[in-house]
Design a protein around this ligand. Structure first.
Ligand SMILES: NC(=O)c1ccc[n+]([C@@H]2O[C@H](COP(=O)([O-])OP(=O)(O)OC[C@H]3O[C@@H](n4cnc5c(N)ncnc54)[C@H](O)[C@@H]3O)[C@@H](O)[C@H]2O)c1
Length: 286
C-alpha cells in the first residue's frame, strides 16, 4: 500500500506540488474565488501572476503568498483594457522565464437587469468582461500555449449556472457565461492536437463572495467611465431562498471549495480531461 502511494506521489510530483514550477495567470485574483485560486495554486508550487483591477488587493494577495513561502507577482490592471492584456502576458512571461502554463479567466462582476430595462452599456460591459476579455487574453498568450516543450498547458474559463441554465435578470451575464463554454471547446479542439493544451470550463452555482452577499452591504465596482455598479443579491431575495431548497447539499459553497475545483482541473489528476464543463454547484440544476 505504501509503495503504491509512493508511486502515485512520485507521478504527481507530490509533496512538492501538483503544479510545481507552472506559471499561472489568474484574473480577478485580488479577492474572492480568484484569490483562493492564487493561494491554492501557490501551495501546489505554481508561480502565480495575480491580476486584478484592484491594485491594493492584488498586491496583498501576492505579498501573502510570497510571505508564506510561495512565489507570486502582482500585475494589476483592467482586463477590459487591451493594453493591459498585452502587458499582463508580457510581464507574466518575464516572471516565468519565458513560460506561461495556465490561464484562469475568472475576473468579473454582475450587472443585472430585466431584459426590457437592460441598457446597451450594461449589455456591452458584461459581454466584454466575461466573453471578449477572456478571448483576448488567450489570443495574446497564444505564443506561450502553441508550443511543443512537453510541459502541461491548461486554460480554465469560469462560467456560471446562469450561463448553462439561464437566469432571470441576467440576460447579459447568461449570454457571456454561455459563450465561454463554446470558447473553451473551440480552444480544446484547436490547441489540443499538436500542442496538448487542455481547456475546460468551471461553472459555479452559489459561492459565498461579495457577488452573492447582501446588496445592502454596499459592495460596488466602478466602470471605466466612473459609473458605480452595486454588487450582491437583495436581502429579501436571499431570505426567500435561505433554505437552499434547490441545492442538494443545502448550502452555498465557499470560495475555497470553488477554487479547489479549479485547482483540480489544472492538476495532473485531470490530465485526460479537456473541453468539459464542470458544474461546481452542490448538485444544483442536475
Ligand atoms: N460567487 C458566485 O456565486 C459565482 C457564481 C458563478 C460564477 N461566478 C464567477 O466567478 C468569478 C469570480 O467571482 P467572485 O464571486 O470571486 O467575485 P469577487 O467580486 O469576489 O472577485 C472578482 C474579482 O474580479 C475583479 N475584477 C472585476 N472586474 C475586473 C476588471 N475589469 N479587470 C480586472 N479585474 C476585475 C474584481 O476586482 C474582484 O477582485 C466571476 O467570473 C463570477 O462571475 C461567481
Amino acid at each position: 500500500m505504501a509503495a503504491r502511494a509512493q508511486q502515485i506521489s512520485a507521478h504527481l510530483n507530490w509533496p512538492k506540488g501538483m503544479l510545481q514550477g507552472q506559471v499561472a495567470i489568474i484574473t480577478g485574483s485580488g479577492q474572492g474565488i480568484g484569490a483562493e485560486c492564487a493561494r491554492l495554486f501557490a501551495n501546489e508550487g505554481a508561480w502565480v501572476v495575480v491580476s486584478d483591477i484592484d491594485k491594493d488587493k492584488s498586491q496583498q494577495v501576492a505579498d501573502s503568498i510570497n510571505q508564506s513561502g510561495g512565489k507570486a507577482t502582482s500585475v494589476p490592471g483592467d482586463i477590459l483594457d487591451d493594453n493591459y492584456i498585452n502587458s499582463l502576458v508580457k510581464k507574466a512571461a518575464e516572471f516565468g522565464n519565458g513560460k506561461i502554463h495556465i490561464i484562469v479567466n475568472n475576473a468579473g462582476f454582475t450587472w443585472d437587469g430585466v431584459i426590457h430595462k437592460m441598457t446597451d452599456k450594461q449589455w456591452d460591459t458584461i459581454i466584454a468582461l466575461h466573453g471578449t476579455a477572456p478571448f483576448k487574453l488567450i489570443r495574446a498568450a497564444a505564443p506561450y500555449f502553441r508550443v511543443k516543450d512537453g510541459e502541461p498547458r491548461s486554460i480554465v474559463n469560469i462560467s456560471s449556472t446562469s450561463g448553462v441554465h439561464g437566469n432571470a435578470g441576467q440576460a447579459n451575464y447568461a449570454l457571456a457565461k454561455a459563450g465561454v463554454v463554446g470558447l473553451t471547446k473551440a480552444i480544446a479542439k484547436e490547441w489540443g492536437p499538436t500542442f496538448g493544451v487542455r481547456a475546460n470550463t468551471v461553472a459555479f452555482g452559489h459561492i459565498q463572495t461579495r457577488l452573492t452577499a447582501a446588496k445592502e452591504e454596499g459592495a460596488f465596482v466602478t466602470t471605466p467611465d466612473g459609473q458605480k455598479v452595486a454588487l450582491g443579491i437583495p436581502q429579501k431575495q436571499k431570505d426567500a431562498s435561505a433554505s437552499y431548497a434547490d441545492i442538494p447539499l443545502r448550502r452555498p459553497g465557499s470560495a475555497t471549495e470553488a477554487a479547489s475545483a479549479v485547482m483540480a482541473v489544472c492538476s495532473p489528476l485531470f490530465s485526460y480531461v479537456s473541453g468539459q464543463t464542470l458544474m461546481v454547484t452542490g448538485g444544483r440544476n442536475m
